[in-house]
Design a protein around this ligand. Structure first.
Ligand SMILES: Cc1cc2nc3c(=O)[nH]c(=O)nc-3n(C[C@H](O)[C@H](O)[C@H](O)COP(=O)(O)OP(=O)(O)OC[C@H]3O[C@@H](n4cnc5c(N)ncnc54)[C@H](O)[C@@H]3O)c2cc1C
Length: 396
């Protein structure tokens, strides 16, 4: 068979999952990315980035044999969500209200990465420890001057994708002027598997449940605050930062989880809304290279794994005599992903804008709206399914 070699550029979760899924379907696939060591996790030390993994992503990772490779005691089931508005509005979503056991799972990035790397070794996928630099026809040129054949180049090289840039794939970016502040915290009160989110008007704070440590209950914080707020707290030294953060979190959460104490390094990420044309002849983008959304719904990686699952499906279904890089095949992938990506980009962007408006009638309406929603079982079921990342066709 000719024109079937695939090179995945990027060794994050999306890139590794893509290479693994294709190897499992017997495609000729290799990875090009810096190879990072992924040692086994230490008790009570948690990877700085954690994800809320949707039901669809959980199913995909299970199908790839990844779910069972992870240390199960490090995965946290979310059974309920509590949302708080900036004017007394509240909304509680519980899995049982839609006859489910779990809304999402909170999983460390490091755990998924370690399991994927292990599985790629089992499948014997070649990993080129290098960077993408350029491409001439069906040949990729690496930073160290190696030349690798690729009838299809998959760009899974993150938000600052070089593959996207080299292929000239159209890309639009809107900066939110906000940063995502991420850290793990000790809590005084047990979270009981509840994910909590506060819309404060000028920021969105999410506290996600993690396994208890020797110091007691633990949560992971994703706080989307203005760049100025973020710079202020990032600019102070650790002890002062911890004290300042505890005070600010106490004011927002009203002590819902008792006193919250920084137990890790605080990281800040700029937040953007990005979309791209996703494909060109011989090139397909997946995950952050293809799109970025506001993290307030915790769906960026879930969207990325949705891309990966769809691209694999399209490549498996194509006629054998058609090359993997042919644009008409890649267009099928782009069309299939257009609707879910647009829907998630719109929903997260609209929610972000709704909660930024400070006009009194809008503040009143959004808080009353939340409390009214809280009393309508049918609409709550819909929201629970959305929170769990369940599409209408998957509903029971
Ligand atoms: C604050 C915050 C919180 C978030 N929370 C959630 C959440 O709860 N749930 C969720 O689903 N999503 C969440 N997201 C989104 C999520 O982090 C991203 O969608 C996800 O990390 C994207 O993974 P990726 O594999 O596409 O990219 P990355 O993880 O960025 O991986 C890119 C890979 O490409 C490699 N690379 C880069 N340049 C080159 C090159 N030139 N050549 C070769 N390789 C290269 C890198 O080394 C890396 O291996 C959050 C995002 C933020 C900012």
């Amino acid at each position: 068979m000719k024109d079937q070699s695939i090179l995945v550029c990027g060794g994050g979760i999306a890139g590794m999952a893509c290479a693994l899924g294709l190897a499992r379907k017997a495609f000729d696939v290799q990875i090009l990315a810096p190879d990072v060591q992924r040692p086994p996790p230490e008790t009570d030390t948690y990877h700085p980035r954690v994800y809320a993994i949707s039901a669809a992503s959980q199913r995909f990772l299970s199908e790839q044999g990844i779910w069972d490779l992870m240390e199960q005691r490090r995965l946290t089931e979310v059974t309920a969500m509590e949302l708080y508005g900036d004017g007394g509005g509240t909304l509680q979503l519980e899995a049982w209200q839609d006859a489910r056991d779990t809304l999402t799972w909170i999983v460390e990035s490091g755990e998924i990465e370690r399991a994927l790397r292990q599985a790629l070794k089992v499948y014997g996928v070649t990993w080129h420890d290098d960077h993408f630099a350029d491409r001439e026809a069906d040949t990729v040129i690496t930073k160290n001057g190696r030349r690798l054949k690729a009838d299809l180049l998959i760009g899974a090289d993150g938000g600052r994708s070089k593959v996207r840039e080299q292929a000239g794939i159209a890309h639009q970016l809107k900066a939110y002027g906000d940063s995502g502040l991420v850290a793990h915290l000790n809590a005084e009160v047990a979270h009981q598997g509840v994910a909590m989110q506060w819309f404060t008007g000028d920021s969105v704070l999410a506290l996600l449940p993690l396994p208890d440590t020797a110091e007691g209950p633990q949560v992971s914080m994703v706080w989307s605050a203005s760049d100025e707020q973020a710079a202020e707290i990032m600019g102070v030294e650790h002890a002062m930062q911890a004290e300042q953060l505890s005070r600010q979190l106490q004011a927002i959460t009203g002590g819902r989880l008792g006193k919250l104490k920084l137990r890790s390094t605080l990281h800040a990420f700029p937040l953007t809304l990005e979309k791209t044309a996703m494909v060109s002849a011989g090139v397909a983008l997946v995950s952050d290279a293809a799109h970025r959304v506001h993290p307030l719904a915790g769906q960026g990686l879930n969207l990325g794994l949705g891309d990966v699952a769809e691209l694999i499906q399209v490549l498996v279904a194509k006629p054998k005599h058609v090359g993997v890089g042919e644009l008409r095949i890649l267009e099928q992938y782009r069309r299939a992903r257009a609707e879910p990506i647009a829907a998630m980009s719109f929903a997260t962007d609209a929610l972000h804008r709704l909660f930024k408006v400070q006009a009194v009638p809008v503040v009143w309406a959004r808080n009353v709206g939340m409390s009214v929603l809280n009393k309508v079982p049918f609409l709550k079921r819909q929201l629970i399914a959305n929170a769990a990342g369940i599409s209408p066709r998957d509903r029971h």
